[in-house]
Design a binder for this molecule. Structure first.
Ligand SMILES: *Cc1c(COP(=O)(O)O)cnc(C)c1O
Length: 388
């Protein structure tokens, strides 16, 4: 069958394939330890659910403005101003169907066919595919484990051509968990300003950081950086609201208006009563966020201790998110071979790094309970020792 060329250029999600296989094994009664999930394992906090239920009861069940409920746009702008030092008002914000959709809207609004988007690898697997769907050119810049998989200002500068429109920055990072320091962010901002390109900062994991790491939004570095920055964020990770599908894009009014037009002709508004849950998330005390963060911090500690005891594996210490990104090159296996064999032989599910543009690595998520972590890491240890 002939499909549109734009579809022929994109790959279905590899992460879903492994997760499906692990699920099928589980269904037949096999004791699988899964480190494959990309979402918090906690339920959404009660007060957020209560606010959405109340909105339902109050009849918030109709179409709303495509760009989002005015109260939510206000609350997001207030959050960005007070927490991130970004001088936005409600006009600078659009509420989208998840953080993923905010990036998709932005790329459709900004990128013409053939224009280049710089994406450091390892990357979140949807970035290059979104650019391809928009007929843009993803320019993948490989980073070095020795530099904790962070793109350097020199690497960024060298990747920029007259066709470059956008640089995608993700800190804390999925899949590596690394967090750029404020100084590193400032140095990248200088290049963005000097070369006059756009940067979108995907800050979906900003609330999940450890050991005193500091999250600085690139738009807060200088007025010149602010003028070239877009912020993509959402409620999925920090508030454990993945299924709610609420994210947002913030930036110059002209771009937000364009994104609203695209959204107005595609999905329209995000589920109206769900947006009231998001308002409650932002305007209530933030204890729930801190409690989940602390639970992740304990698991991270155990994961790292176990990992450091396994010979032949290495990973940067992740300062954020809930992933370890592990170099497996000493086993001589590709990431797919490694993950297949690990699942077959030890019933441990991990995501092959090739999905993120790094075939010598695997990703383990610690968004799971402590007993799975203990058991799964013991099995990983056994597997690796049998291979090297
Ligand atoms: C989870 C995630 C998102 C957004 O997820 P949504 O569920 O669409 O809000 C965006 N970027 C990264 C890197 C993610 O891991």
């Amino acid at each position: 069958m002939k499909l549109a060329a734009r579809v022929e250029k994109v790959q279905p999600s590899l992460t879903l394939a492994i997760a499906a296989k692990a699920k099928a094994m589980k269904a037949t009664g096999i004791d699988v330890c899964s480190f494959s999930t990309g979402e918090p394992d906690f339920d959404t906090p009660e007060h957020i659910k209560a606010a959405a239920k109340q909105a339902l009861d109050e009849g918030k069940t109709k179409y709303g403005p495509a760009a989002g409920e005015p109260k939510l746009r206000e609350a997001i702008a207030h959050k960005l101003k007070t927490e991130n030092h970004l001088a936005y008002s409600a006009d600078n914000v659009i509420v989208t169907n998840g953080g993923k959709h905010s990036l998709f809207n932005l790329i459709l609004a900004l990128i013409d066919p053939g224009e280049e988007v710089i994406i450091p690898a390892p990357y979140w697997l949807s970035y290059p595919e979104m650019v391809r769907l928009a007929s843009g050119e993803p320019i993948i810049v490989p980073t070095d484990e020795k530099n904790n998989y962070k793109i350097t200002p020199e690497q960024l500068r060298q990747a920029i051509t007259p066709k470059t429109r956008l640089f995608i920055l993700n800190s804390p990072s999925n899949p590596t968990g690394v967090v750029y320091t404020p100084d590193e962010i400032k140095a990248l901002a200088e290049v963005v300003v000097e070369k006059d390109i756009w940067v979108v900062s995907d800050e979906i994991y900003e609330k999940i950081i450890y050991d005193g790491a500091e999250h600085l939004s690139i738009g807060a570095v200088s007025p010149q950086a602010f003028d070239r920055t877009l912020i993509s964020n959402g409620f999925a990770k920090g508030y454990s609201m993945t299924g709610w599908r609420i994210g947002y894009l913030a930036g110059p009014v002209e771009i937000i208006k364009a994104a609203s037009t695209i959204q107005g002709h595609s999905t329209s508004n995000v589920c109206t009563f769900a947006q009231y849950g998001a308002i409650a998330a932002l305007t209530s005390p933030q204890d729930c966020v801190e409690e989940m963060r602390q639970a992740f911090a304990k698991r991270r500690q155990v994961m790292l201790e176990r990992l450091r005891a396994i010979p032949g594996l290495s990973c940067p210490t992740p300062d954020g998110a809930f992933y370890l990104f592990i170099n497996i090159s000493k086993t001589g296996l590709t990431s797919l071979e490694f993950c297949d064999a690990l699942l077959e032989n030890q019933q441990v599910a991990a995501i092959p790094g090739i999905a993120f543009g790094a075939d010598d690595c695997i990703r383990l998520s610690y968004a799971t309970d402590m007993s799975t972590i203990e058991k799964g890491m013991e099995r990983l240890d056994k597997f690796v020792r049998s291979r090297i």
